[in-house]
Design a protein around this ligand. Structure first.
Ligand SMILES: NC(=O)c1ccc[n+]([C@@H]2O[C@H](COP(=O)([O-])OP(=O)(O)OC[C@H]3O[C@@H](n4cnc5c(N)ncnc54)[C@H](OP(=O)(O)O)[C@@H]3O)[C@@H](O)[C@H]2O)c1
Length: 322
């Protein structure tokens, strides 16, 4: 197969396509001929040497892909050679072939092309598992999505709006805020010029926050929570260490949760994928939640794709075409 490994750390120019041995379908696994792979912000960190893959996972980049089943391992049922699928991966998506545990394979939602399906597994699994399975966003509750125009953000806004929640968001440019509003955000806050806490508190606070900033926003996020609110930190773009006033959290009976999807055991990933297919795929198939693909870039230009994501000028997802 041809594949892009993370290498020893460095800039986007260090990403090169190499010939590597083909993966084999082990017990409970399926091998996909990859059509496309989705880029995720964590891929940039891994390339820079700050985010190693989980133990036992390959050093080929890529946490999601779509493709056609090329081989089926022992004990796999429900999948046959020639089936189309998308997949949540621990690693290995930036390649022409990848082995996937059966529980992390998802059908391509009706109405979505095989290539565009590569944009879905990581965002759908991250947003569903954090906002609904962990923070338990309930009927009538509101959600604040930081970074609403990114891959995670565009999906979170649409899903919460489609399920009837009031959605607030932050974004860095008027064009991106307009996109967020068009996806269903009631309020889009300029994170450069406005104090999101002031805006959110003016509206009575929010029940759940999906946060990509970590340390930089910790105290302000807690301030913006309504009573019994839940802050779920999934990114550390604003650093890893901060002080937390436990009194502020305690008075509103709030919770701070931090999770990562990649290091979860395969059984948990399988349970999340099953919920995604049950709850999220029908909304994607009906067109109420759309895939938002910013650009499709050939796999051999993975470095250009990383530079694009690093520039922050994209909205939605960037795909690599195998
Ligand atoms: N824990 C997990 O399991 C998990 C899984 C997937 C992703 N993540 C995390 O989720 C985050 C988003 O990932 P992605 O793949 O969607 O990346 P992405 O498309 O590059 O999105 C990054 C977002 O960060 C926003 N941002 C930058 N500075 C900000 C600020 N000061 N305030 C608010 N937002 C700001 C950007 O907003 P503008 O474009 O408007 O500037 C952009 O929307 C990353 O931190 C990633 O590591 C975590």
């Amino acid at each position: 197969m041809r594949a892009v490994r993370a290498g020893a750390g460095g800039g986007p120019e260090t990403l090169v396509l190499e010939d590597l041995p083909d993966p084999e379908a082990g017990p409970g696994e399926v091998v996909l001929d990859v059509a496309a792979a989705g880029l995720n912000r964590a891929d940039l960190l891994q390339r820079q040497g700050h985010y190693p893959p989980p133990p036992g996972a390959s050093d080929v980049l890529g946490m999601e892909c779509s493709g056609t089943v090329a081989a089926v391992g022992e004990g796999v049922d429900g999948w046959s050679v020639g089936d189309q699928a998308c997949a949540l991966l621990a690693a290995g998506g930036y390649a022409t072939r990848v082995a996937v545990p059966q529980g992390q394979l998802l059908p391509v939602p009706e109405g979505v092309s095989l290539v565009d399906a590569a944009s879905l597994p990581e965002v759908a699994a991250t947003v569903w598992s954090n906002v609904w399975m962990t923070a338990r966003l309930a009927e009538g509750e509101s959600l604040l999505v930081h970074g609403g125009a990114g891959g995670i953000g565009t999906f979170a806004i649409q899903l919460a709006a489609a399920l009837g929640h009031r959605v607030l968001t932050t974004a860095g440019s008027e064009e991106k805020r307009e996109l967020c509003r068009s996806l269903g955000a009631e309020v889009a806050i300029d994170y450069h010029e406005e104090d999101f806490v002031e805006v959110v508190k003016g509206l009575g606070g929010v029940d759940v926050i999906l946060d990509n900033m970590g340390a930089k926003y910790l105290a302000r996020n807690v301030d913006a929570l309504a009573e019994s609110g839940r802050l779920v930190v999934i990114g550390m773009q604003g650093g890893v260490k901060a002080e937390l006033d436990l009194g502020a959290l305690l008075r509103k009976r709030g919770s701070v949760i931090a999770t990562t999807l990649r290091s979860r055991p395969t059984e948990q990933k399988a349970a999340i994928c099953a919920e995604v297919v049950e709850h999220v795929w029908p909304l994607v198939s009906s067109g109420r939640v759309r895939t938002l693909v910013h650009e499709k870039i050939p796999l051999e230009e993975a470095g250009r794709a990383h530079a694009l994501m690093e520039s922050g000028s994209h909205s939605g997802k960037i795909l690599l075409i195998a």
